[in-house]
Design a protein around this ligand. Structure first.
Ligand SMILES: Cc1cc2nc3c(=O)[nH]c(=O)nc-3n(C[C@H](O)[C@H](O)[C@H](O)COP(=O)(O)OP(=O)(O)OC[C@H]3O[C@@H](n4cnc5c(N)ncnc54)[C@H](O)[C@@H]3O)c2cc1C
Length: 451
């Protein structure tokens, strides 16, 4: 049964996953309505990927512009979904589209819940990333990072934060705090090139020596582990600051130490050992504690979805159907699920980091979007021919709700005005391309550009 050109799909969220869904479904001839919290499209491709990665960002942007230019794609930026936002989940569902895909990313922050984590000088990585990527609400807020910053984590986000601290903030020292050992680091070796010119190799050598017995206990040779770690410090970008970067391994922060003004002055750390677990290892606390001085802490320990949006939620994730279908990709994994009623929510799907928080790079999010589009197409093909929504009716309903809520959607024309305004500022004092940091300013510029 052909579904070509017959259906209306709402895609909430214009990051790599949502844009992939929109691309596949619009290519199949469907009308696609995109609702996006940010004025600009791209999600973390715009506000997450390090701003100096101009080639990667430029390539994605080009694809996204091409998508938005398609006549059957309708973009509404500056539209947030959630309780008390521009539209509730219920209102989105009642617009009458044939299917709704939520690809709104993972906007919540994971905390490890240690005492003192509300002290001045404690940050969540995503907020810091949003700050240096100039996301409205974050770009124009001061982020006072101090001199010695402890970044908790061992993945690419830790490296991005260190990149910013070392090359742009030019702090004195950055220490990555890693629960397990050097062999369990998770970052891509290519990413470390941004900071490896600033590595305190002597300090790292001493640190690996300090934990050598605990590495040996799980069959890891300290010399080999050190070699593996430091051999990646090649093709380093030229040094632009005197900041030094090091690691603290087998360390779990237990408490944030604060001064009399509730400002971070250190971390109470617990030493860990490694225990084998199958092919892998786990960190086990040794109940030996020590103080580690620093004046800022950034938690780069992953994200979770925003439970306040109004989609069924459990343990950091939106709930998807537990009833496997056997299809490839499996429809169940993309279907929103109401656990109380024990049924899938008809016509509601999830894709990208909204489905699996912090799961991989742009390519993975895009593939997830492509898979989701396949699942949606399968769902649409079960509808009888002729039983489909009318894009004009859905768009009129949407316009009426947004007017009633005094929302200010930004469409393609507004995006074009904004793009040309931002281009005229390129080269100004910010990392990568110039971006406005306030929605108000962007909306005013767009209004002026239209008149
Ligand atoms: C710090 C960092 C650096 C990264 N660097 C790289 C890199 O160098 N290379 C790489 O390939 N990958 C990188 N990634 C990974 C990549 O950014 C993600 O894989 C990808 O962006 C996830 O896509 P997504 O569409 O699922 O979510 P997102 O990109 O988060 O997009 C979500 C979209 O939903 C919108 N939205 C959010 N909430 C709502 C709401 N309530 N209502 C409506 N819309 C909403 C947002 O405005 C956004 O447009 C990085 C990620 C991070 C966090």
């Amino acid at each position: 049964m052909s579904t070509e050109g017959k259906h209306v799909i709402i895609v909430a969220g214009a990051g790599p996953a949502g844009m992939a869904v929109a691309s596949s479904l619009s290519k199949a001839g469907h009308e696609v309505i995109i609702l996006n919290r940010d004025i600009k499209f791209g999600g973390l491709a715009e506000y997450g990927i390090f701003p100096s990665k101009l080639k990667l960002r430029g390539g994605l942007k080009k694809q996204y512009w091409e998508l938005l230019e398609r006549p059957n794609v309708h973009y509404f930026g500056n539209i947030s979904i959630g309780n008390g936002k521009d539209l509730t989940v219920d209102e989105v569902q009642k617009l009458g589209a044939d299917a709704v895909v939520f690809s709104i990313g993972a906007q919540g922050t994971k905390a490890i819940g240690v005492e003192g984590d509300s002290a001045q000088g404690v940050f969540h990585a995503k907020d810091v990333v949003y700050h240096f990527n100039r996301l409205p609400g974050f770009g124009d807020r001061p982020f006072e990072m101090g001199k010695h910053v402890a970044v908790i984590g061992a993945g690419d986000v830790m490296v991005d934060i260190a990149h910013w601290l070392v090359r742009y903030k030019k702090v004195e020292r950055v220490t990555a705090i890693v629960r397990r050992g050097p062999a369990e680091r998770k970052y891509n070796p290519k990413e470390i090139r941004a900071v490896c010119a600033n590595m305190d190799v002597e300090g790292i050598t001493n640190e690996v020596d300090r934990i050598k017995d605990r590495l040996a206990a799980v069959g890891q040779n300290a010399d080999d582990v050190l070699k593996g770690l430091t051999e990646e410090f090649t093709k380093c970008e030229p040094k632009v600051s005197e900041a030094s970067m090091g690691f603290k391994f087998l360390a779990s922060p237990k408490r944030i130490l604060v001064d009399g003004k509730n400002r971070v002055c250190g971390l109470e750390m617990e030493d860990n050992k490694l225990d084998p677990k199958g092919e892998d290892t786990v960190a086990v606390g040794l109940k030996q504690y020590y103080e580690f001085p620093c004046d800022s802490v950034v938690f780069a320990v992953g994200d979770k979805v925003d439970e306040t949006v109004g989609l069924p939620y459990k343990s950091g994730m939106f709930i998807t159907s537990p009833n496997k279908t056997g299809n490839d990709p499996d429809d169940a994994l993309f279907q929103a699920y109401d656990e109380t009623a024990q049924t899938v929510i008809d016509g509601v799907f999830l894709a990208g980091w909204a489905r699996k928080a912090s799961e991989g790079l742009v390519g993975i999010a895009k593939r997830d979007g492509d898979w989701c589009a396949e699942v949606v197409n399968r769902y649409l093909s079960t509808k009888s021919p002729g039983n489909h929504s009318d894009a004009k009716v859905v768009l009129d309903k949407l316009a009426a709700v947004l007017t009633a809520h005094r929302s200010h959607p930004v469409g393609l024309e507004g995006l074009r005005i904004l793009e040309s305004q931002e281009r005229s500022h390129w080269g100004e004092d910010c990392i990568g391309e110039f971006k406005y940091t306030s929605n108000q300013e962007m909306l005013e510029l767009i209004e002026r550009g239209k008149s």
